[in-house]
Write a protein that binds this ligand. Structure first.
Ligand code: C2E
Ligand code: CA
Ligand code: CA
Length: 548
């Protein structure tokens, strides 16, 4: 090194000093609680030094699903020991948004565990505002001059607000890629241009958007009879490439607003589903939503909509299904299962409810509700001196929230349910993701240390059941009911279950068999050495008030 370099060599302090001068700096502990921030951050975020301390990483993000999902994914990334860099939207104390380029840096201890996280951020709100303006200009598809998908969404929402009735028509050119590949490269542009031209002529003043390479949406006041006329129009006005008329047909779906679907997303999804059905049946048709898929989509959309108020309206219930412990010779556990009955929609099974809740984010509220009910019951039983455990099903989406552990601890505290009375069931789908994300395993371990046991549910249905026994903190496995159902009729199944029991035991697991419906199944499984049994033969799910 030259002497000059030594003179100029900046000290760590100098570096920190300049960083502090230009960047917003935030230091957090491994749980994401803010320990300190610098002046730049306070200025832009409007927070006072006292109030911001102890707030969490997530609370600095907008309270929307999208932002929270992003915040969690950033945290998971950093918690796994990697830096994260990118643009995020954050909220000031008075709920105004601002945008930053964020560099999140984890500090790990020698054992590789997360110790703290530092954020360096630059305010880029002005740039983003400029970009948004540019995007507005880009609301037009440059190639065709049609609206873009973004613009379409706005227009649909405007039509909905002004209470107009319309058909949402989704059209796609059949065999587009084959068509395009069998012609010279320039033909592609020509096909799209001429096709757009036909659309404009046929649908005239109606809003038309290009939503994919060869996918278009038209909002038309007319119904099926008019839209279907587009086929004849295409035949009469063929598209020529090199003086040869293209054999061009379209497939499409028509969904009516407000009769069929009521939001942009639902209209779009339904029209797409209908189009896919047409294509699967050979294409070349534009049809309305079929009665069957109409029913299914409507039910899904209604469940989605009603779920948002289901908790306020006290419509969710929890029932409990007993589990028989062989060594004790009695029932020692009840599994909590969610129930929802609606006047209009009838009985909504958990298999319908849970996936939709996972999709719309309500799973956190639903899960917390079930857990609270279960913990309350646990505490009640404890007061009465009953030695009964309760297990609760959890969804992976709940654990991607790094506050899940904390939430569970709070529920245990407020209900004063002893932690070792509560158990959690996780499915194989969950196990797979848990293995990928350290923060999930981390949370599971900490809960286990408190006395909460984990069961691997639906055992045997996934690819890696046995591996999860080693990699995750679980002490129990529950052999799925599909195996139990054929255990008496299929010798192979019996061998398989026997293998699961033996291997599980060799790993020190407590083995539960679920879905026992007959005495024969019960006797056989006891003989095979399971530790516990569950199923209609032992008892159906029942209300808490009917237990005991
Ligand atoms: P699971 O955890 O495997 O629950 C067992 C399911 O099998 C329950 O259906 C139960 O009613 C049913 N069952 C119990 N014994 C028998 C039997 O002998 N024969 C037959 N054929 N079925 C039996 P359910 O309540 O419809 O729940 C379905 C799934 O939904 C559950 O499967 C669980 O994965 C999920 N689930 C239920 N409640 C919750 C919840 O609160 N949170 C989450 N995340 N998932 C839940
Ligand atoms: Ca279960
Ligand atoms: Ca199961």
């Amino acid at each position: 090194m030259s002497p000059e370099f030594d003179l100029l060599k900046p000290s760590l302090n100098d570096i920190m000093h300049s960083l502090e001068k230009f960047y917003m700096v935030t230091l957090m502990n491994r749980d994401g609680s803010i320990l300190s921030v610098n002046k730049n951050l306070l200025e832009i975020s409007d927070w006072t030094p006292k109030r911001i301390l102890g707030k969490t990483f997530w609370e600095m993000f907008p309270d929307t699903e999208q932002a929270q999902v992003q915040a969690h994914s950033i945290w998971n990334h950093v918690a796994s020991g990697k830096n994260w860099f990118g643009t995020v939207e954050k909220m000031t104390r008075s709920n105004n948004s601002y945008y930053v380029n964020m560099l999140a840096i984890p500090l790990l201890n020698t054992g590789g565990a997360l110790q703290s996280v530092t954020l360096l951020e630059l305010d880029i709100t002005a740039d983003i505002e400029l970009r948004e303006k540019l995007q507005q200009i880009a609301y037009i598809d440059f190639e065709t001059g049609l609206m873009s998908r973004h613009r379409l969404e706005i227009v649909v929402n405007e039509e909905i607000q002004s209470k107009k009735h319309f058909s949402f028509v989704y059209l796609t050119i059949d065999h587009y890629y084959t068509l395009k590949d069998s012609h010279p490269h320039e033909a592609e542009k020509e096909i799209i241009k001429s096709f757009t031209n036909r659309l404009k002529r046929f649908f005239q003043d109606n809003p038309i958007a290009r939503v994919g390479v060869n996918e278009f949406v038209i909002l038309s006041p007319f119904g099926e009879w008019y839209v279907q006329g587009f086929h004849a129009f295409l035949e009469q006005q063929p598209i020529y490439i090199d003086h040869i008329a293209l054999p061009l047909t379209v497939s499409g779906g028509i969904v009516r607003y407000p009769e069929d679907q009521q939001t942009f997303t639902h209209l779009f999804k339904a029209a797409l589903t209908t189009t896919k059905e047409v294509i699967e049946n050979g294409g070349g048709k534009i049809t309305s939503l079929s009665a069957d898929s109409h029913k299914i989509l409507n039910r899904k959309a209604n469940i989605d909509r009603k779920m948002r108020t289901v908790l306020e309206h006290n419509q969710l219930q929890v029932v409990y299904q007993p589990q028989f412990d062989v060594a004790l010779g009695k029932i020692n556990l009840y599994e909590a299962l969610v129930r929802w009955e609606d006047d209009e929609l009838g009985f909504i099974t958990p298999d319908e409810l849970i996936p939709i809740a996972e999709e719309n984010g309500m799973i956190h509220a639903v899960g917390a509700f079930v857990l609270e009910q279960a913990a309350n019951l646990g505490s009640e039983w404890n007061d009465k001196g009953h030695c009964l455990h309760i297990s609760v099903n959890t969804s992976v989406r709940e654990f991607t929230d790094t506050r899940m552990k904390q939430k569970i601890i709070e529920i245990i505290k407020t209900t004063s349910c002893p932690p070792d009375q509560l158990q959690l069931e996780i499915t194989e789908k969950f196990a797979f993701q848990a293995e990928e994300e350290h923060s999930i395993i981390h949370q599971m371990q900490e809960l286990q240390e408190l006395g909460i046991e984990f069961t691997l549910d639906d055992f045997g249905t996934g690819y890696a059941s046995f591996r999860y026994m080693q990699s995750l903190p679980i002490t129990k496995i529950k052999i799925d009911k599909v195996f139990i159902q054929s255990i008496l009729t299929q010798p192979k199944t019996q061998q398989l279950v026997d293998g699961m029991i033996r291997f599980g035991k060799s790993m020190g697991m407590y083995i539960v068999a679920e879905g026992i419906e007959t005495k024969e199944q019960y006797d056989l499984l006891i003989e095979m050495g399971v530790d516990a049994l569950q199923g209609y033969y032992i008892g159906r799910p029942q209300k808490a008030s009917d237990i005991g």
